[in-house]
Ligand binder design. Structure first.
Ligand SMILES: [Zn+2]
Length: 374
């Protein structure tokens, strides 16, 4: 408890205060394949004992029914002004094109749009209109996570080298497996920007600019906020994001920097709510100071109470409560119980928030960054 309190104080004591009690939900990973729903994938995960990782057990492409169920819960409650809770859904707008990558002998990375992935894996053309319905009902506000949720440089290198496990996952239509910790230190195939260095800067610039164009094609609007995969991002690309009119960067209290080939421990940089992400930038930092990740913890009631406690600390310091809550909590493809239990808990959380803080206001990330800019 003392550790939690000290951590809450450390996260919240610095930065600009906002007198209003604002709650923002930020939810990453929408649109990425992560773990496909199939018996051979399940067998592979179990055989290799990867099933301790909740993302490999529960995180998979969202369905129409998942969006319906989430929207239903969000639409059942509102703050005193009449606003429903609104999820900032952070989107991955593309997935690897496995066939073309293999045809090119893993020499080049190819991708498809997430709308195509919905068509091939969920056999539906309707996801687009479901998302737009959520936007027009002000239940979700989409923002940009990445063009793909894979470190495509590391991935192709391992496929070319003949890494058997990585190839086996590739053949099954996914990539996010743990790498041998002795060889790869803390590298993670999911961390898109981790292989960044000066020589491949253009590949990453393309990934960002094409991703933002695909985002616009999918939602009919440009993103205003960005959240780097696995909280790893090079500072030298932040101004490139600014050139796409991104106003805020989401993340935790630290951002982690790619090592750019150097054999050094990973550098981290402290982030403060409402301050510029780097000096003189239009992009401000938004720091998540509350966690609601019931799938990651066994004790659901404890998760709820911890979350309410973190909101209390945010408000005590005059900060918005920015709730980190990933997609894996709300998808049913690998476990319907997972989605249904967590949605019940989400409903309980929203009701408790309204009861404890009747003056609370639910806001999107876009509006929160506007409040910090005035
Ligand atoms: Zn992510």
């Amino acid at each position: 408890m003392l550790k939690n309190t000290l951590s809450a104080i450390h996260t919240n004591f610095q930065g600009k205060s906002i007198k209003r009690k604002i709650v923002v939900f930020q939810s990453d990973d929408w649109g990425t394949i992560r773990t496909p729903k199939s018996k051979p994938v399940r067998d592979f995960i179990q055989k290799n004992r990867f099933d301790a990782n909740p993302f490999l057990n529960f995180d998979t492409l969202e369905t129409e029914s998942d969006l319906n169920c989430l929207f239903e819960v969000l639409s059942q409650s509102c703050d005193y002004i009449g606003n429903n809770p609104i999820f900032t859904t952070n989107h991955v707008v593309g997935n690897p094109d496995f066939k073309r990558i293999e045809s090119a002998n893993f020499e080049e990375y190819f991708f498809e749009s997430t709308l195509d992935t919905y068509r091939s894996l969920n056999s539906t053309n309707q996801m687009d209109s479901f998302w737009r319905q959520g936007i027009s009902n002000k239940l979700i506000s989409p923002e940009f996570h990445s063009r793909e949720h894979v470190d495509f440089i590391l991935w192709l290198t391992q496929l070319k080298k003949g890494n058997l496990k990585v190839k086996e996952a590739f053949d099954l239509g996914f990539w996010g497996i743990p790498l041998d910790a002795n060889i790869f230190k803390n590298q993670n195939l999911m961390a898109t920007y981790d292989s960044f260095n000066q020589s491949n800067k253009q590949d990453y610039l393309n990934s960002i600019s094409e991703g933002i164009a695909m985002f616009n094609a999918q939602f009919g609007k440009f993103p205003t906020s960005f959240i780097p995969n696995n909280y790893i991002f090079p500072l030298s690309l932040i101004e490139e994001l600014a050139s796409f009119n991104i106003d805020s960067m989401q993340g935790m209290k630290y951002i982690y920097l790619p090592k750019e080939g150097k054999n050094i421990p990973r550098e981290q940089k402290r982030r403060i709510n409402g301050q510029q992400e780097i000096p003189n930038s239009r992009i401000i930092s938004l720091v998540r100071n509350v966690q609601f990740e019931p799938t990651l913890f066994n004790n659901k009631l404890k998760t709820l109470n911890l979350c309410l406690n973190q909101i209390k600390w945010a408000f005590l310091f005059g900060k918005p409560a920015i709730i980190d809550t990933h997609r894996l909590n709300y998808v049913s493809g690998l476990s319907e119980v997972n989605r249904d239990e967590n949605l019940k808990l989400l409903k309980q959380l929203i009701n408790e928030i309204i009861k404890k803080w009747p003056e609370v206001e639910f806001e999107s990330t876009e509006n929160l960054s506007k409040l910090y800019k005035v």
